[in-house]
Design a protein around this ligand. Sequence first.
Ligand code: SF4
Ligand code: SF4
Ligand code: SF4
Length: 278
Amino acid sequence: MTPDTRDSRPTLAVWKFASCDGCQLSLLDCEDELLALAGAVRIAHFTEMSRTSLPGPYDISLVEGSITTPDDALRIQEVRASSRHLVTIGACATAGGVQGLRNFAASGEYAGLVYAHPEYLRTLDTSTPISAHVKVDFELHGCPIDRGQLLEVLTAFLAGRRPVVPGHSVCQECKSRGTVCLVVRDATSCLGPVTRSGCGALCPSLGRGCFGCFGPSDSANTASLSRQLAEHGASDLELARLFRTFNANAPEFLHQSVALGAASPGRDRTTSESGAGS
Ligand code: SF4
Ligand code: SF4
Ligand code: SF4
């Protein structure tokens, strides 16, 4: 479609790589703000929402998902080249996501378990964040992201300022809402002290420990938390599994899981590209 040259609104593009679409849905979930947003920006490319796709360059690109195929590795270069600002959204895009668990397995190990004919797949052995491939202007964390934080990021870029997204831990939100600490109450293992806030301490408010879906908080002391949870009875295996979920490849969580005895990345890997990846 030919762009309307009389429309001076900044353009927004939303791109999907290896992901579940949940973070893109967070944008569509902004029901009360969506009309105002659509008035402030021209949504130029967003296949989750519309078949219309306007050519770049784009003022803001939101990128969901990780890089898991050779084609993706090329496509993200094109997205970067056509974007003035590039913001990655969600654990997949910022840390490789749950599909990043393949990074700790032998080449093709999971594909053989899931697919009847993995020989038809053409994937990389690894799932890597967008920042491993191109320059990223801002990373918004979460699985999925918080829509309030997404609106703050979009508003900030439109206003030409830095987004204000707190880097403190889930514990602070837990205290704010008056939730009794689960570690103190009944020795539940909880990653809240080392996990970035944004969810409103959702899991502890429902009686379950945080499993780190917003990724590491600023200054996360994962070694200290592991010692504390071990004193409350958690085994190294349980703790390593906690660090190995949606943000298993975030450096702070990765280093701690390896320190607890979990496999290092690249186990038994001999090639960087596989015809039978996971
Ligand atoms: S971060 Fe979570 S919600 Fe977002 S695309 Fe990845 S798996 Fe889905
Ligand atoms: S329940 Fe978890 S998040 Fe809440 S205060 Fe305790 S350790 Fe922190
Ligand atoms: S409490 Fe932890 S696991 Fe639960 S939604 Fe928040 S960040 Fe994610």
